[in-house]
Each structure stands twice: as structure tokens, then as C-alpha cells.
Design a protein around this ligand. Structure first.
Ligand code: AMP
Length: 423
């Protein structure tokens, strides 16, 4: 195994694959000097796929290609990485790709940290398909494609969205349903976005120079999907997404928390099937459902600013109120926290949404510096509370791919991943 590893990070969905190629090793990880060689996304897999790739500082290379399935898309990515078009001095042939790290959505209760993939691990991921029927099959296809194209001997690592939240105590992960449903079907809170929450928690302690055991924070991943996590002594203590990503905060098209009785009520009033109702809650609710306009926060903010659209304003208010309510709940669950950390497309880019969420939170010692808040957009990182604020507020851009590449290196070298669940 060479010193520096070129790790291909794959995030395989049913019709989209995102990838990055990251060159790193333990020394680079320690010095935060990992090198991103290339990145890209392939959309609309299954037909005329749209591919956008870039390497180093070059402009994006765009192409369309007939890509029938995930295997064809992974093949396309690998060929491009090795081609003169990509211009990567580090990659002359497939032999220069040293490992593959996969984002895997659901690891159930079995996977508490990232693992080197073998047949037994693949079976374990397959066993979790019930819990993530749309995602885990695509993740498995990504692994099999890489195995076929890069050779069975190439190390591949699975990094689970759920793993970071495996430290939740029973009273936080159980629903108050008859206990046998947990025993029989593993109905419980798993939580998602774990790699993102773990990354920003790691980055926070790097910024403030704290040992992991002293990280007591609330992390808010606010993107198209949204979730909050209460982190105590570096471990996830509670999180807002549940058995599926539908629970918790208001999202782009997901409702987040609702009274479960509404489901039966709507099914009978509107003559909907269970599947239609699930679609309604996942795809037509949230910001889109309330505003009737869009699931895109930036467009809603524009609409509210330019036209004072009542329902756009309402959707933004509902969104911010729900986040604030969760911050309050998690402050209580944690017995106080040192900071709240914003990440995700909305959390990283919208000073306005951050300010609205934090409005009226002086009672718990949160005081904002509005000027600094306004500067933290477009990937900038920093603290935007006043220095004497008892509860600090930070923006930390997430970087799940980096964490996947680092976990991959550590798993290949059999070094325990940092900040993963100790169990
Ligand atoms: P993500 O899923 O993390 O890519 O986040 C997507 C969400 O971030 C969408 O709702 C975008 O509208 C939102 N977003 C991105 N940039 C901005 C911005 N400058 N202001 C407000 N929302 C933004």
C-alpha cells in the first residue's frame, strides 16, 4: 500500500451518483492537508445521463452519455479519471485508485462505525434494505460495480449515515410503541446525516481546540433534508430524524413532525392510499407544501423579500420556529450546550435564516453579531455570536466526502475512525 492513498468516494443513488477523488494518508489527515483531486456528479442515470466533472482548478467538464445503470455510471467516472481530459498527474491507470469509500444510508443497529466491505458486510447492508428501500440497493450496486471494475482485491469501505447516532440511549431511540415492535421489526429512531453531524462536530473541536470528550453542542444540518443532533461528550445523544428521514424538522418537501393520526384522517377524507400519503408527506409537504411555490429556501427568501408573499413568509417562519423548538429541547436534553453549529445549503448560506432561528434566544445566552453573520456565506467558516455569548453560534460547512475518504484510509490501515461510536 503506498503512503498517500487516492480514495474514490462514491455516493450512489438510484438515478444520481456523486463522486470525489481525494488523496490522503494519516499524516495529511493529522495536518488537515488532504488533497481533493477531482469531483463530479452524474444525474439521470438510466437514460441520457448528464455528467459534470472537474479536476483540480479546471472548469467543469460537462457531457451527456447513455448510462443504463449504476455500473455504467461508475465505469464512466473511472474512465474519465484515468483519461487525459481529467489531466490528473496522480492517476495514470485504474491501478492508481487505491481504495473506494461509499456513503451507505442505512446501517441499522449492526454498523456502529465505518467498515471494510466484505461479503458479510454486503449481506448486512442488504439486510437493512427494509429500512431504506430507496437507498441501500443503490449503495450495494455502487459497491458491486466498483468491485467488478477495479478488482475484488481493491479495499472498499462503507461509511453509514446512521452510524454516528448509534450512541443514542434507549430512552432517546425508542418510540413509545408496544415494545415487541422494536424486538420484532427494529422499529426505533436511527437518525441520518450522521457523517455530516460527525464532521462538523470534529471540525468544531478542531477550531476551538478541545478534546472530543468536551464537545457539547447542537449541530443543525439544514439543506434540502434537515436534521438536528444533540452531541454530548462528542457522542450523539439525540437526533431529530427517526426510523426514516421524515421525522423532525420542516424540510424542503418533507413535513417533519406531525400528529400520526393525521395520516389516517387524510387517507379517509381524501381517499388516499398509504403509498400516496407517504408520497404526500415526503414529496409535497415542508417548505413546498406550505408555500405552494417551491422547496428551495433561496427562492422563498426572494419571494418573501420582493413580493411579501404571505405563504412564502409563513413557510420560512414555520421552518425557523421548528428549528428553534428543537434547539430548546436539545439544550434541555444536554443540560446546556457550548455552541450551536449551522451547516448544509441553508445553514451555510443564509444569514437571514440563521438570524431568524436565533431570534429571541438571549435568554439562553445566545447573542449574535449580525455583521459577522452576514459575512458567513459561500463556504466560509466561523463564529457569529458575540465573544461574550454564553452559547456560541458557528457556521461550519459540511464535508461528508472528506470524512468518508478519511474513514476509508483508517479502515484500510486498521486505525479506528475518530469520533465514531465507541461501541
Ligand atoms: P443542500 O441540500 O445542502 O444542498 O441544500 C439545499 C438548500 O440550500 C436549498 O433549499 C437551497 O435553496 C438552500 N440554499 C443554498 N444557497 C442558499 C442561499 N444563499 N440562501 C438561502 N438558501 C440557500
Amino acid at each position: 500500500m503506498p503512503g498517500i492513498m487516492n480514495v474514490l468516494v462514491l455516493n450512489s443513488g438510484s438515478s444520481t451518483i456523486k463522486f470525489q477523488l481525494i488523496a490522503t494518508d494519516l499524516e495529511r489527515i493529522a495536518q488537515n492537508a488532504d488533497q481533493r483531486l477531482a469531483r463530479g456528479v452524474i444525474e439521470r442515470i438510466g437514460g441520457e445521463a448528464v455528467c459534470s466533472m472537474r479536476s483540480g482548478g479546471t472548469l467543469p467538464h460537462r457531457a451527456t452519455a447513455q448510462l443504463r445503470d449504476i455500473r455504467a455510471a461508475v465505469d464512466f467516472i473511472i474512465r474519465w479519471l484515468c483519461s487525459p481530459e481529467a489531466g490528473l498527474a496522480e492517476i495514470k491507470s485504474v491501478a492508481d485508485i487505491h481504495a473506494v469509500g461509499h456513503r451507505v444510508v442505512h446501517g441499522g443497529e449492526r454498523f456502529k462505525q465505518s467498515v471494510l466491505i466484505n461479503d458479510e458486510v454486503l449481506r448486512g447492508i442488504d439486510d437493512c434494505i427494509d429500512l431504506a428501500p430507496l437507498h441501500n440497493p443503490a449503495n450495494i450496486k455502487g459497491v458491486l460495480a466498483a468491485r467488478e471494475l477495479l478488482g475484488a482485491g481493491l479495499p472498499q469501505v462503507a461509511v453509514f449515515d446512521t452510524a454516528f447516532h448509534q450512541t443514542l440511549p434507549e430512552h432517546a431511540y425508542l418510540y413509545a410503541l408496544p415494545y415487541q415492535f422494536y424486538r420484532r421489526h427494529k422499529v426505533r429512531r436511527y437518525g441520518f446525516h450522521g457523517t455530516s453531524h460527525r464532521y462538523v462536530a470534529y471540525r468544531y473541536r478542531y477550531l476551538v481546540n478541545l478534546p472530543r470528550e468536551e464537545v457539547n453542542i447542537i449541530t443543525l444540518h439544514l439543506g434540502n433534508g434537515c436534521s438536528a443532533a444533540a452531541i454530548k461528550a462528542g457522542n450523539s445523544l439525540d437526533t431529530s430524524m427517526g426510523m426514516t428521514p421524515l421525522e423532525g424538522l420542516v424540510m424542503g418537501t418533507r413535513s417533519g413532525d406531525i400528529d400520526p393520526s393525521i395520516i389516517d384522517f387524510l387517507m379517509s377524507k381524501e381517499g388516499l392510499t398509504a403509498q400516496e400519503t407517504e408520497g404526500l408527506l415526503n414529496k409535497q409537504s415542508g417548505l413546498l407544501g406550505i408555500s405552494g411555490l417551491t422547496n428551495d429556501m433561496r427562492e422563498l427568501l426572494d419571494e418573501a423579500r420582493e413580493n411579501r408573499d404571505r405563504r412564502a413568509l409563513l413557510a420560512i417562519e414555520l421552518f425557523c420556529y421548528r428549528v428553534r423548538k428543537y434547539i430548546g429541547a436539545y439544550l434541555a436534553a444536554l443540560g446546556g450546550a457550548d455552541a450551536i453549529v449551522f451547516t448544509g445549503g441553508i445553514g451555510e448560506n443564509s444569514a437571514e435564516v440563521r438570524a431568524r432561528i436565533c431570534q429571541g434566544m438571549e435568554w439562553c445566552g445566545l447573542h449574535l453579531n449580525e455583521d459577522v453573520n452576514a459575512t458567513l456565506t459561500g463556504g466560509r467558516e466561523g463564529m457569529f455570536s458575540t465573544p461574550d455569548s454564553r452559547l456560541k453560534a458557528y457556521v461550519i460547512p459540511t464535508d461528508e466526502e472528506l470524512l468518508i475518504a478519511r474513514d476509508t484510509v483508517r479502515c484500510v490501515l486498521a486505525v479506528p475512525p475518530v469520533n465514531s461510536s465507541p461501541r
